[in-house]
Design a protein around this ligand. Structure first.
Ligand code: MG
Length: 143
């Protein structure tokens, strides 16, 4: 484990499969939102995202979105149709919201992964919370 390096790297969230999570003993997947699960400009969940989340839920994996984005209404509107709780204004790399999600769901750090696109926020927050850090490539809006 290296502090500033993710434990696993993926191209995109879809590459984190239910079978991989099962193999790795992951019961809770904490997910960053912007540039991880969506492009910053996406106002509604993409079909691929909805499908991926449904698949993980079916496999018994819990998902909580943890974002530094402070726009509560936007986040709730985005996450509600996905049946995924969200925590906004998380101030990652602070680990408070990650720890809060684990204690609310009674899931141990050893059974939890934080998935995000940024080393300085997501990976570091995972380290402070004592959970595994998995990273996806930063998704960019094509302009
Ligand atoms: Mg991000």
């Amino acid at each position: 484990m290296t502090f500033f390096r993710a434990d696993k790297n993926f191209e995109k969230f879809e590459d984190v499969t239910a079978s991989l999570l099962k193999k790795e003993g992951v019961k809770l997947l904490l997910c960053d939102l912007d540039n991880t699960l969506r492009l910053h400009s996406e106002k509604e969940p993409a079909d691929e995202l909805a499908k991926w989340i449904k698949g993980l839920h079916r496999a018994g994996v819990k998902i909580v979105v943890i974002s530094n984005n402070g726009r509560k209404n936007m986040m709730q509107k985005f996450c509600e149709p996905l049946n995924v709780p969200c925590k906004w204004w998380a101030m990652k790399p602070m680990s408070r919201k990650l720890t809060e999600a684990m204690s609310e769901l009674k899931i141990k750090p050893s059974e939890t992964v934080m998935l995000g696109d940024k080393l300085s926020t997501d990976v570091l927050a995972a380290r402070f919370a004592g959970v595994r850090a998995w990273k996806v490539d930063h998704r960019r809006d094509i302009v």
